[in-house]
Design a protein around this ligand. Structure first.
Ligand code: B1M
Length: 215
């Protein structure tokens, strides 16, 4: 297979052997982020479709996720960076009950590489932990990720909790993840939340939103 198709297939097959060599060769032709967007995410999409239609079992999805993570970790040091920091601080978490973190970690990379301070507190985080981290780190923004349909319900509950604690206006909230839609955020969450809630379609949309919020 040609190099870029092979890279996509590596994600689908969960094949790590020789991954770094292929990535190094790919970086001769494309920027690391283009490789992530064009090839690696394309592979993850195939994995999601195969899993969703019952043609792939969970342990293989996990292997694909591991290869995806290894690939991003190998590319990350080569990405263009604005290391200045200080443009603003965001606490990032995957919400309670949800283990998916590849997307959240990509958001972390994109924001960190573009001058934001990111406090990434990990997966399965209850709102109490998210708010504690925002308070302790004097965050400007709270970011929540979730990929399960039930995580969209959790996000709504989290905003309700922020309302009831009276901290809705303290932190603008950014939400993302495959189960969310702009419609859900704009129709179901904007009015019930006392503060500002934004939907980010992908990591670059997240960066654009952060730039808007912080200026
Ligand atoms: Co799971 N899983 N999974 N999974 N998994 C999905 C989400 C699913 C859609 C697959 C499917 O059925 N087609 C489905 C959810 C269905 C639903 O809720 N209706 C599903 C399921 C069912 C499950 C389990 C329940 C399976 C089981 O146990 N029976 C289980 C859940 C466990 C739990 O959470 N409690 C489970 C487990 C797993 C693995 C552990 C095997 C693995 C995750 C590994 C990991 O993340 N460390 C996994 C994977 C890999 C997937 C799919 C295949 C791929 C997800 C991914 O990484 N995509 C996924 C299929 C899919 O999404 N269509 C699936 C790539 C990633 C870059 O995209 O995260 O969307 P994404 O992030 C994007 C944007 O959404 C956005 O930017 C990113 C980059 O552009 N974004 C943000 C994300 N967060 C953001 C936050 C922001 C801003 C933007 O600001 C804060």
């Amino acid at each position: 297979l040609p190099l870029f198709e092979r890279l996509e297939k590596r994600i689908v097959d969960g094949e790590r052997n020789g991954l770094e060599d292929d990535l190094d060769a790919a970086m001769q032709e494309k920027k690391p982020l283009e490789i992530v967007n064009d090839n690696l995410l394309a592979g993850m999409k195939v994995v999601g479709d195969l899993f969703g239609s019952g043609q792939m079992q969970l342990p293989f999805v996990l292997q694909s996720a591991e290869v995806m993570k290894a690939a991003v970790a190998h590319l990350e040091p080569h990405m263009d960076k604005d290391d200045s920091g200080g443009k603003g601080k965001i606490v990032l978490a995957t919400v309670k009950g949800d283990v998916h973190d590849i997307g959240k970690n990509l958001v972390d990379i994109i924001l960190s590489n573009n001058g934001y301070d990111v406090v990434n507190i990990g997966i399965k985080q209850p709102i109490t932990a998210i708010l504690d981290a925002a308070e302790e780190n004097k965050a400007d923004v709270i970011g929540m990720s979730g990929l399960l349909v039930k995580s969209t319900v959790i996000m709504k509950e989290n905003l309700e909790e922020m309302n009831s604690r009276g901290v809705g206006e303290k932190w603008p909230v950014m939400l993302g993840g495959a189960a969310l839609t702009r419609g859900f955020v704009e129709n179901d969450l904007t009015d019930m939340f006392t503060g500002e809630v934004n939907y980010a379609k992908d990591a670059f949309d997240g960066l654009r939103l952060m730039d808007n919020i912080m200026t």
